[in-house]
Ligand binder design. Structure first.
Ligand code: PMT
Length: 412
């Protein structure tokens, strides 16, 4: 395969034990036809020799900001790269990149490039979970840097936890996806998927409503990921387009615009009748004014007493009438006791999965480009997805759905 043929990839390697896996990543990139330029930090050379990369890559290893042939190697590298990949990325490199500090050739190249950047963190669990590292990762993700991994598993020293570098195959696949040259996934071809997105608006009067902070980004990310994998998608949404995710809605997505919970309930019930997968990412208001005013309420008439009533619980009624084989995914937006509250929603609403987000966590939940979720399945499995782009969250959840369908006899 030569899916990366002609692509100039700067392979940044920083100083962690996982640097030895960068050799395999380099080889795989070369096998895919990429032109690989290795940039090693001083720390990286404590773990793996530059001769190895010299022998495998398209060009010799570069390490210095000062070069006799090229007075500005970081600018040349940054400007000519199709992608800058950092694998492994240590806490130091991540911190320097997030802070805009260029202390060596790798960090200078990261700051000098406009090419897409893929960062693959690898470090011990204590470091990965340190608030400073979490903050730096969130900053990079918000800026559009693609974060791949880390995975959980056995780490150097024998202990277990999150922080292991993603596998070389996953890293190379991520680069292909970012450059949009990878093999297109089609594991949802033939499936019909319904997604809800955005916050409903329950009118108080013609100019005011009860609403919430949902931007629709998470719902659209699901719609686009499912469509990208071949599904035919209907999105029932209160927002036309949540902006930063891209200029157009993916082809294969039918958009149904609604405003209120009542409208969303009707449109979703209709679309879900024949759906294989239903994803309730919308933030539906739980209450609405019983009797919205026909004209704008006036301040001079005093503070209005607004009587509220419950809205239809869309997820619960879909759960109660779910066709056999359909996979129903609810969300839970929580501010405390996330796992317990999500488990209660999973049991109470007849869903197959609940995707729980702590909407008070940094860079997660409402309106952010990133999210961090705990996925609970009705058979007791739990799967946590660390902070990453909403598209990557959608990808991780849909991976579970596809695996679930592949393993089930009763699917349609
Ligand atoms: O849109 P973004 O800005 O990208 O933000 C994403 C998000 C935070 C909105 C999303 O990730 C999310 O958590 N969506 C669910 C928000 C919510 O309403 O959660 P809830 O815990 O109140 O509701 C639980 C589930 O029941 C949800 O699937 C909801 O769609 C559904 N529900 C709620 C009330 C109701 N009347 N009918 C419903 O179907």
């Amino acid at each position: 395969m030569t899916s990366l043929a002609g692509k100039r990839i700067v392979l940044g390697v920083s100083g962690g034990i996982a640097a030895y896996k960068a050799v395999e990543i380099c080889r795989r990139l070369m096998d895919e036809g990429a032109h690989v330029i290795p940039v090693l930090t001083k720390g990286a050379t404590r773990f793996v020799g530059r001769t190895t990369f010299d022998a495998l890559a398209s060009e010799r290893v570069q390490m210095s900001l000062f070069d006799e042939d090229d007075p500005i190697p970081h600018t040349t590298l940054g400007q000519t790269a199709d992608c800058v990949l950092v694998a492994p990325a240590t806490a130091r490199v991540i911190g320097a990149y997030a802070a805009g500090i260029s202390s060596d050739l790798l960090t200078a190249t990261l700051i000098a490039t406009r090419a897409p950047v893929v960062v693959c963190p690898a470090m011990h669990t204590e470091m990965w979970e340190h608030p400073a590292v979490a903050h730096n990762i969130a900053t990079l993700a918000e800026r559009g840097v693609h974060i791949v991994g880390p995975e959980s598993g056995r780490l150097a020293g024998g202990d277990e936890g999150a922080g292991r570098l993603s596998s070389p195959a996953d890293v190379v696949a991520a680069v292909s996806r970012v450059l949009d040259v990878g093999e297109k996934r089609s594991d949802m071809a033939g499936l019909s998927v319904v997604v809800t997105a955005g916050g409903t608006r329950e009118p108080i009067d013609p100019v005011r409503y009860i609403g919430n902070h949902s931007s629709g980004k998470q719902g659209y990310a699901f719609a686009e990921e499912a469509a990208g994998r071949g599904a035919s998608v209907t999105i029932v949404t209160t927002v036309d387009r949540p902006g930063p995710l891209g200029a157009t809605v993916a082809s294969g997505v039918t958009v149904v615009r609604v405003d209120t919970a009542e409208e969303m309930a009707a449109a979703t019930a209709d679309a879900a009748k024949d759906a294989d997968v239903v994803i309730m990412a919308a933030a539906v208001a739980d209450f609405r004014p019983v009797d919205p005013a026909g004209v704008k309420l006036k301040k001079r008439d005093g503070v209005p007493a607004i009587e509220l009533e419950p809205t239809p619980d869309i997820l619960a009624s879909l759960g109660a009438s779910k066709p056999e084989g359909q996979i129903l995914i609810g969300f839970a937006a929580e501010t405390c006791d996330v796992a317990d509250n999500a488990a209660a929603k999973l049991n109470g609403k007849g869903a197959d999965y609940i995707v729980a987000n702590d909407v008070t966590a940094e860079s997660a939940g409402f309106a952010h480009d990133t999210n961090e979720v705990l996925v609970l399945a009705s058979d007791g499995r739990a799967h946590s997805v660390g902070l990453r782009s909403k598209r990557q969250v959608a990808q991780a959840v849909l991976d579970l759905v596809v695996a679930d369908r592949d393993g089930r006899a009763d699917v349609r």
